[in-house]
Design a protein around this ligand. Structure first.
Ligand SMILES: [Mn+2]
Length: 412
């Protein structure tokens, strides 16, 4: 018998506000403490460990400290890169920590006869055989899956784990219909456990001819909507006993979470303000994360007339940890209602690109979309701590050049 942890989508450094920014790092610390206390045999992280390929030094320091504790406890860590960890130039903090011996990236292999041939990383203590595929923004990992040599993977004996960082069309939740996904058939069959990441929801299913397909969801919610829906994040503890695999979801509730949603339809700003006060008065807010969503078309007046500032002040006086609001779908009568419901920046980008591609004759619409997504990713890199501006500029230009060169090869 052996037991392992499966984490995904930690997005260290992901929130903008410093108070929120710390929570994903704290969640990682709490997960590591639990994993060590439970004496698990190893730990998997299915991509998006950091929110960017080159995260801030203070965050790297915290993560490194916890990884050293796991290492000292004799618990190996196996990872894959996700769509956020990935950098087109190949520069990523994941490599730095791998060279320090703190974890092992299991995406390794070679191209044989035009096919990508992955090799297994064998966990020494348990004999579990682990491999996987990195995730790339905008489904750019599809070509890897399409050119994957599956036979050797499927023929391998023993307890096998496949780590991946992508959505699967068969298991996409309804509210993520817009999200691009690969069909399950792109994954190799016959693994015992498919350790998924990328889709920020909690899911597990035993699938015929495959095995357990599991997404633990984010280790800490990554945005307003996730906080509303999930209230907290967590990870899986997987127990393997002979042929039997069982999953236990461990929720990491760092703060109580209170989500309030109010309809402003046909109401005045004063009425909405009163309703918010009344609703919030019902709850204990000690140390709580509070999300307030207000939607609808006001009967008169402007959204700005709702007394959010004094409401927020009141909540902080009652010791709330952090309060945030979402009024994206709140409008005054004189404005059109906002169209579309894209929540994530990625979704908005995808939408805008899809609407505008195909207006030049250099590329096919598909190629143009890929190029734009790759360039967006490259140009969204942030300047690193202590990185000189000239070095940063050079890095950006190199990344962009690399992408343009790669694409020139496919221009016809
Ligand atoms: Mn993610």
């Amino acid at each position: 018998m052996f037991r392992f942890a499966h984490l995904a989508d930690i997005h260290i450094g992901g929130w903008r506000d410093p108070k929120m920014k710390d929570l994903s790092t704290q969640a990682f610390g709490a997960a590591v403490d639990r994993i060590i206390a439970e004496k698990l045999d190893f730990m998997l992280i299915s991509g998006d460990i950091f929110n960017t390929a080159l995260p801030a030094i203070d965050k790297v320091k915290e993560v490194t400290k916890k990884l050293k504790e796991v290492k000292d406890a004799g618990i190996p860590v196996y990872i894959i890169a996700g769509s956020h960890d990935f950098s087109p130039s190949g520069k990523t903090m994941l490599d730095v920590l791998e060279h320090a011996g703190l974890w092992k990236n299991v995406v390794r292999g070679e191209v044989v006869d035009g096919l990508l041939t992955l090799s297994f990383t064998v966990d020494q203590k348990t004999g579990a055989k682990i491999t996987g595929m990195l995730g790339k923004k905008g489904m750019l990992d599809r070509a890897y899956y399409e050119n994957l040599q599956r036979q050797n993977l499927e023929a391998e004996s023993g307890y096998k784990i496949f780590m991946f960082h992508t959505a699967l069309s068969e298991f996409k939740p309804k509210d993520m219909e817009m999200m691009e996904a690969h069909p399950l058939s792109l994954l190799p069959k016959g693994f015992n456990y498919y350790a998924g990441g990328h889709v920020h929801y909690i899911f597990s299913k035993h699938e015929q001819e495959y095995g357990f397909i599991a997404y633990p969801g984010p280790l800490f919610p990554n945005n307003f909507a996730e906080l509303e829906k999930l209230t907290c994040g967590g990870f899986n503890i997987v127990t393997v006993d002979g042929d039997k695999t069982t999953l236990e979801y461990v929720a990491l509730q760092l703060h109580p979470c209170l989500s309030i949603s109010i309809s402003a339809q046909h109401k005045t700003p004063a009425e909405v303000t009163d309703e918010l006060y009344a609703e919030l008065a019902k709850h204990n807010l000690e140390n709580a994360l509070v999300t307030i969503r207000v939607e609808g078309v006001l009967s008169q007046g402007k959204p700005g007339a709702i007394q959010f500032e004094s409401i927020f002040d009141g909540l902080y006086r009652r010791n709330a940890y952090f309060v945030m609001k979402n009024t994206a779908k709140l409008t005054a009568v004189e404005f059109d209602e906002i169209k579309g419901d894209a929540q994530q920046v990625d979704d908005v980008e995808e939408k805008v690109i899809s609407q505008h591609v195909g207006k030049n004759s250099l590329f096919s619409a598909e190629e143009e979309k890929k190029l734009v997504l790759s360039l967006l990713q490259a140009l969204s890199m942030e300047k690193g701590d202590g990185e000189r501006t000239s070095d940063f500029e050079e890095r950006l230009i190199k990344d962009a050049e690399k992408i343009l060169l790669m694409n020139r090869l496919s221009i016809h």
